[in-house]
Design a protein around this ligand. Structure first.
Ligand code: IDP
Ligand code: MG
Length: 160
């Protein structure tokens, strides 16, 4: 009873993960999804999408003053992206670790960017940086009807 109660108090977070246009063009969609799938997080939303300039600017609004902002918006809107919502205890921080540093040359081998990319401006994948931003970004990129609430068959084998 007590362990169950403690487990139920653990915060289940959501993160927004996106394969950027270079990841799609380079045929890395499956490879990137596989990293999160194998780790044991739960996929709750998934779509191929071509985003508008307005959406890209809203998503990256905190970077609006940066010199690279116009190029970043051109990059993100340059082709299809794959939008994903993932859920789990600690998923936001864990996904950031799986993704690796913003600059792929600084990213550790074994991370997505460390293994598969070479430049900050072509770093193939996005991951939310906080639970609040995870919720905000999922709300930005998905309609509620596109999100699926389900219990994976493996759930009992991933968490005691
Ligand atoms: P993050 O994606 O690792 O969270 P942020 O600092 O939030 O990194 O920047 C968002 C995105 O903006 C980066 O993933 C990258 O695509 C782009 N970006 C960040 N810094 C630079 C830069 O110095 N030059 C070009 N693009 C950049
Ligand atoms: Mg960021």
């Amino acid at each position: 009873f007590l362990p169950h109660l403690i487990a139920s108090l653990e915060q289940v977070d959501q993160t927004y993960i996106m394969v950027k246009p270079d990841g799609v063009q380079r045929g890395l969609v499956g490879e990137i999804i596989t990293r999160f799938e194998k780790k044991g997080f739960k996929l709750t939303g998934l779509k191929l999408f071509k985003c508008s300039k307005d959406l890209a600017e809203e998503h990256y609004k905190d970077l609006k003053g940066k010199s690279f902002f116009p190029k970043l918006i051109d990059y993100i809107t340059s082709g299809p992206v794959v939008c994903m919502a993932w859920e789990g205890v600690g998923v936001v921080a864990s996904a950031r670790k799986l993704i690796g540093s913003t600059d792929p040359l600084q990213a550790e081998p074994g991370t997505i960017r460390g293994d598969l990319a070479v430049q900050t401006g072509r770093n193939i994948v996005h991951g939310s940086d906080s639970p609040d931003n995870g919720k905000r970004e999922i709300g930005l990129w998905f309609n509620e009807a596109e999100l699926v609430h389900w219990t994976p068959a493996q759930a009992a084998w991933l968490r005691e």
